[in-house]
Design a protein around this ligand. Structure first.
Ligand code: ZN
Ligand code: ZN
Length: 254
């Protein structure tokens, strides 16, 4: 499985883009940074989009992706997300006020985007991938995803605070090759992290004990202005299988 990090940060600034991972060129995990990261012809090649939750840093480029590929795609982007998130996207983003409702454009019969409501823990198959969505600890029915193809499984928690169920399920995937998870704030901002359901280095260090053993862990979603501080704090936990995403644009092969 080839993973291209289009954006792997918890904020946007020069050199830092919000969450978007492109998998094998056709499956997009979150839409925080796709429109500015890929040529338009590559954007139009995307078939399926998984959305973890409704926060702007994970959905905003659905708007620009649809605009860029409008009229260029023979079939709509198929978005898969929790029913709650689907409703929020139509109520608050593609609502014909903030941005056009591209599920009716260019026409109801041939739309640019289709959003499918999915159920937690119901595995589904699209584009050669087997995908299991799992609830995590983050507002408004946020979900992480375990994605399998050709006997390789990759886990994305996306945004979450301390959680349980996804680690229980992960232990059943013998072919799990990597865990992409988050650390958003430094330890000094523990209160903010708790209130917003995110990790600091100290909560993450405890969380790692719940994760399947020996699987590489890649940390994303660092807030750009606290990146150096978080990296410094992470060193003191001496976690050998953990690495922090170096930069957006990075490729991984599993
Ligand atoms: Zn986020
Ligand atoms: Zn969030």
């Amino acid at each position: 499985m080839k993973i291209q990090v289009l954006g792997g940060h918890g904020g946007q600034a020069r050199g830092f883009s919000t969450t978007s991972f492109l998998i094998d060129d056709i499956l997009l995990m979150d839409a925080g940074a796709v429109a500015g990261a890929l040529p338009i012809e590559d954007q139009c090649q995307i078939d399926h989009i998984l959305i973890s939750h409704c926060h702007l840093d994970h959905i905003k480029d659905l708007a620009f992706l649809c605009d860029n590929c409008f009229g260029l795609k023979p079939v709509p982007f198929q978005v898969h997300t929790h029913h709650t998130v689907k409703q929020i996207i139509f109520d608050h983003l593609l609502n014909d006020i903030i941005w056009p409702d591209f599920s009716k454009l260019p026409s109801v019969e041939k739309p640019t985007i289709k959003i499918n409501g999915i159920e937690p823990e119901h595995t589904f198959r699209v584009g050669g991938f087997e995908i299991t969505p799992v609830p995590v600890k983050h507002p408004l029915d946020a979900m992480g995803y375990i994605i399998e193809k050709d006997n390789v499984a990759i886990l994305f928690t996306l945004d979450t605070g301390p959680t349980e169920r996804i680690w229980e399920l992960a232990s059943k995937f013998r072919n799990l090759k990597a865990i992409f998870t988050e650390v958003s704030f430094p330890n000094s901002m523990q209160k903010v992290a708790d209130m917003s359901d995110h990790h600091t280095p100290q909560t993450l260090a405890k969380e790692i004990a719940k994760m399947p053993k020996d699987i590489p862990i890649i940390l994303t979603h660092l807030k750009p202005n606290y990146r150096e501080q978080i990296m410094e704090e992470m060193k003191s936990y001496n976690l050998t299988r953990v690495r922090i995403l170096e930069k957006d644009g990075q490729f991984f092969n599993f």
